[in-house]
Design a protein around this ligand. Structure first.
Ligand code: HMG
Length: 391
């Protein structure tokens, strides 16, 4: 067994949806003071998928540049994390495997545990690479966050996918061995199979998240993790960006540290740049935060980053990563900014129409209009089968 192999994130790429709804538009519709959104929850806009976009098209869009850069020869596993799955049986990653032309000698699987499963996918990938460091694992986290219209959760919707190539001698971030985990059976946020939108107890979900911060940190330190002041930055799961501030403040207080707002902003400010524009992307959200940090912060070479991954229900994990020398040459900062800035603003009527859109369940042929400007699209539904194509 290779003892001293370093494993982590070798490449990272994000994709989001064609459309964007600003919080000004939402506030004008529902009569809220827009400052509540901008300052209170720290959100400016949210990505809205076009009719022919979903978790599969966003995932393929995110992963394609990784396959183009590194080839697919070493990828023997694709782990797809999502909580907005398109099928109860077939893994969404199988569609992505096909769209990207990955080798048939591969295993593909889907993981679920609310927003946490992107991190489960990363940890499982590390285990596989540890067993055979010549292999790479394509980890994809892709989600569409959707709440009922007119609810408090509506302002915290969004959509995005992050693809990560996990392998030995990573070019971006080495993931350290120690990690703190925490599970509590709690109904703070959930979505029964018969609903298309999530149910949530907003206040309860925030306290459940903060409880998980304490629980993961306790386990992390008991397992010999780093001291809090060794970290240069922290990536938190961001259902809305102010949640990262709440969580970090809570961790500092819990550890008996001062809660200087300037220090808190220095530790997490960069991680919120993309999430404030994209909204909640569930499994992808924390890794969207990592992309924003790497793309915006001054040189982080050799610095430790703390990660707090939370998934309602609830399961959470705290772990650490170290940024690798030369990482800046590998970043996809321009492509990430472009994916966010090229989204087309839509008005409330169009947003509402997309929100309410669903397929008939009669097994007929149901083509979808071409809307996406991305490289992959959902062509339609036929005999209950989803048809995808390269655009
Ligand atoms: P709400 O009732 O709309 O808002 O719910 P509020 O009244 O609580 O106000 C929000 C903040 O804005 C407050 O700040 C207000 O003071 C402030 P806080 O007290 O929290 O610091 N505010 C203003 N600030 C400036 N100017 C103003 C103004 N007015 C008010 N004029 C809530 C907000 C987030 C609860 C709601 O949007 C919601 O239910 N969202 C969905 C649930 C959620 O995101 N929970 C987070 C933790 S759970 C999680 O992260 C997991 C999740 O991602 C799912 C998964 O794991 O799969 C959700």
């Amino acid at each position: 067994m290779p003892g001293d192999v370093t494993i982590g994130i070798h490449d990272l790429s994000l994709a989001t949806a064609r459309y964007v709804l600003t919080h000004e538009t939402l506030a004008a519709q529902n009569g809220a003071n827009v400052a509540k959104y901008h300052r209170g929850i720290g959100q400016h806009s949210m990505s809205v998928p076009a009719a022919d976009e979903d978790i599969v098209t966003m995932a393929a869009d995110a992963a394609a540049p990784i396959v183009a850069r590194h080839g697919a020869d070493r990828i023997r596993t694709v782990v797809f994390a999502t909580e907005t799955s398109v099928d109860q049986s077939k893994a969404a990653g199988v569609y992505v495997h096909s769209l990207l032309g990955l080798p048939s000698a591969a295993r593909v699987v889907e993981l679920k545990q609310a927003c946490y499963s992107g991190t489960a996918a990363l940890q499982f990938a590390i285990g596989l690479v540890h067993r055979d460091p010549s292999q790479q694992v394509l980890v994809i986290a892709s989600d569409v966050s959707r709440y009922e219209l007119g609810t408090a959760g509506e302002a915290t919707q969004g959509a995005a996918a992050v693809a990560m190539l996990v392998g030995a001698d990573p070019a971006l971030v080495r993931i350290e061995k120690q990690s703190g985990v925490f599970t509590a059976d709690i109904m703070d946020f959930w979505r029964p199979n018969y609903l298309t939108t999530a149910l949530v107890d907003g206040r309860e979900s925030i306290s459940a998240y903060l409880q998980a911060v304490e629980g993961t940190w306790k386990d992390y330190t008991e397992r010999g993790g780093r001291a809090l002041d060794e970290f240069s930055a922290f990536c938190y799961h961001q259902p809305f960006t102010k949640m990262a501030y709440k969580a970090h403040r809570h961790l500092l207080q819990h550890c008996g540290h001062a809660t200087d707002e300037g220090e808190i902003t220095r530790a997490i400010g960069h991680t919120t740049a993309y999430n404030a524009e994209i909204g909640n992307s569930y499994t992808a959200s924390m890794y969207v935060g990592l992309a924003a940090l790497l793309d915006h912060a001054d040189d982080l070479t050799g610095r430790a980053i703390g990660f707090l991954s939370y998934g309602s229900g609830s399961v959470a994990e705290f772990f650490a990563g170290t940024v690798v020398p030369g990482y800046r040459a590998q970043l996809r900062s321009d492509a990430h900014r472009e994916a966010i800035s090229r989204r087309e603003k839509i008005g409330y009527t169009k947003y509402r129409e997309l929100h309410e859109r669903s397929f008939p369940v009669d097994g007929g042929d149901h083509p979808v209009p071409t809307e996406t400007t991305g490289p992959y699209r959902l062509v339609g539904l036929s005999s209950h089968k989803r048809i995808y194509a390269t655009r």
